[in-house]
Ligand binder design. Sequence first.
Ligand SMILES: [Zn+2]
Length: 499
Amino acid sequence: MSINARAAAGSAPATVLRVAAVLADPAAGRLDGPAEIRLEHGRIAALTPLGNGLPEDASEVQPLIALPAPANAHDHGRGLRSAAFGAHDEALETWLAGLAREPLVDPWLRAAVAFGRMVEGGAGIANHCHNTQRGDRLLQEAQGVAKAAADVGLRIAFALPFAGRNAVVYGELDRLLQRVPPGDHDALRAMRAGGRSLAENLALMEQAAAFEHAGFQLQYCPVGPQWVDNATLAAIARGSADSGRRVHMHLLETRYQREWADAHYADGLIAHLDAIGLLSPRLTVAHAVWLTPAECELLAERGVIVAANASSNLRLRSGIAPVRAFRASGLRFGIGMDGMSLDDDDDLLREMRLLRQLNRGTAGEPDFDAGALFTAACVDGRRSVLGDDGGGRIAVGAPADLLLLDSRRFSRDCLAPGRDQWLALMLTRMRAEDIAALYIGGRAVAVGGRACGVDLPALEAELTALARAARALAPPDESRIGRLRAGVEDYYRAGCHGP
Ligand SMILES: [Zn+2]
């Protein structure tokens, strides 16, 4: 059997689920009553209401709530968390220097562990913004990620990285070299010179397309405007328009990125991206912490989707994204974890609650209701990864991508527990341990808190052992990382990225 056939949405046998409540249309922000949901050939084949209460003979039925599977709209699929290899939370620009500590490991194992954690945390759909471990082996890495997605059973978009400038800092490398000892200069110059050309990357896109299957599709990933030359950005805009392939790009994540952009684009970075045709309904931008309200309006008009990453932005000191401005302008957004969830546990349900609580405003302003939250997580986040595929709802004919939550833990102390309380309780309390099951394409990919396609505890143990062995063989050069961190910090403090 090929990967294609295994991951194909129709391969699972028919399944009948009996649930106590259904969030059929996330935007409605309403739980409908008990229902039977039949999954067949990867789709929802029937949705039958069971009346106003659970049937008498169903007393053993768990009080389950079915909702469309949420999406993790931005991530990197690092099986080994950055805190595990010693890149602890700090401002993004110096944190990036610490990523050099990640040991080289098997690409399949690295992604399988990350994806296993994601499905246990409630994400059935995910963006995988690929961080290459070995630039000369990108194709093998993509193949490993494609297999991991099929083995775990989630749907991912593999965003293939394009760069082209400013590999080390935003702006002139020479001004950084003045701030680090001469012995480090050659290595930093090599980082600038290294990297694949645009033509090489476009050829790799063609080759990697051979790995595509129902759970793995390719996207262009111009890593971020400060790291990608203008010719490459323009070529990707054209390529996306011609092929229909989506584009995923970091955008205005930090204050320094905003200052760099303002100093380098006289008419504005966003206006430049618009002029070259990059702003389109095919574009997802990650973070967007430093967008202005006027820029939100333009992005909304162009149909761009944001992947908001509340935990990551807190941990890397990037700020709090202007989600209220997103909502006011009609700019759609999904919710991502960026491999940096608050407790490093990839709990997408907690991440949803955190993003909402950070962006509710104060009394007198419109609240952030359940409809808006589940639209972000289940509809627009999904669209940012997969495009319009008919998913994000529980209806006959939609893909059988469902999350089942068990309401017992979060309602156990309620004096009048019942369905009318559940949605409000989910906004306050839901977390990964409430997940009864996650179905993707009709296949159970997580049940009772455990990934089904892989033995995650065993893979995690294997990955940690391999990474420790790799680190023992080639330990990170801590003093060099320390010198680079200090140089980078001074570079930005001195305003070298600015005018
Ligand atoms: Zn990221």
